[in-house]
Write a protein that binds this ligand. Sequence first.
Ligand SMILES: [Zn+2]
Length: 371
Amino acid sequence: MNPVLFTPAYLAACFSDNYTDAQQKFKQLGHGQPEHRAYREFVYPQTGPNAETLLTAVSWHGDTDAPCLLVLQSATHGVEGFAGSAIQLDTLQTLTGKSLPAGVAVLYIHVLNPFGFAWLRRVNEDGVDLNRNFVDFTRPLPTNTGYAQLADKILPASLADWESATQALTEYANEFGQQALELAVSGGQYQFADGLFYGGTHPSQTRLNLEQIMADFDIVKRKRVAVIDIHSGLGPFGYGEVICDHPPGSTGVKLAKQWYGNSVTEPALGSSTSVTKLGLIDYLWQQQLAEKVCFVTLEFGTYTVDEMFEVLRRDHYLHRNSVAWSAPETQQVKQAVRRFFYPGTADWQEMVLMRGRQCVRQALQGLSSSL
Ligand SMILES: [Zn+2]
């Protein structure tokens, strides 16, 4: 890889101002590489707030028959795509030619949730949190009694009730603990469609696209697959936490620790800033590839969980009605969401790229040693 040269111009080449900017850069950079083999677009019927086309772009680099594969995924949570897209664009520029180990290919899945990225939301076009959508919808859906209990406090009926509702959430945390509050609010729920961390009623378009991508590129036939799904908004400012949701003691966890080291955390053991969650995107990969996959979430910290809940509550309140994009009250909410998930300062951007490079290198070495 190239030496670290995070000039302002380089940061601007990696970090985009909005979804469309990111998509254009990705398409251009992906096609510019000699090891580029395939490019596909999955277009959504919806558009962005300024009538932008929305799509997930997929780009394959390296030998199409490679037994080992690194998959880089971004924007599962829409607005968190600023960080994920930047790591993908940085990797496209640094991981070229001979720096790609023999027998290892890279699949870039750029912006899984373009609606959320363009509209500056975590959720998709149906208000669904994609990282809670990977449950078996043919079976009774999980219940979240904590969320049900707090639903009208999380999203009050009117702005006049906002302060008292927020106070009620604080009291819940004081009585049952901060972790209980986080589990209730963010663990996932399948009952309140306009609410936060809602998993939906059926497999989302993105889930179907991902299944199609896995089939198109014969992913289940690979010997070993590393997936890095990039997020932002949890943990210390700028720190990239490698979170592993494979079952404790499983091969997935062992590989994650072998490859990424002892900083790997496990929600199931309470060692992560993340609580355990329902319906994670990880589960599709685990189901299809079993012990052949090591899936990690690379989560970059920004501000506090309380601030996150506040900006998300404001955003969901806004989206209860049709949204006038350029109205000042809309922009106030949207800019707060954007700043929370993408602080956009040079120090934060550098930390994202440095950790991203480290994890990509570790994954490639891990895959290479699996040959
Ligand atoms: Zn996320």
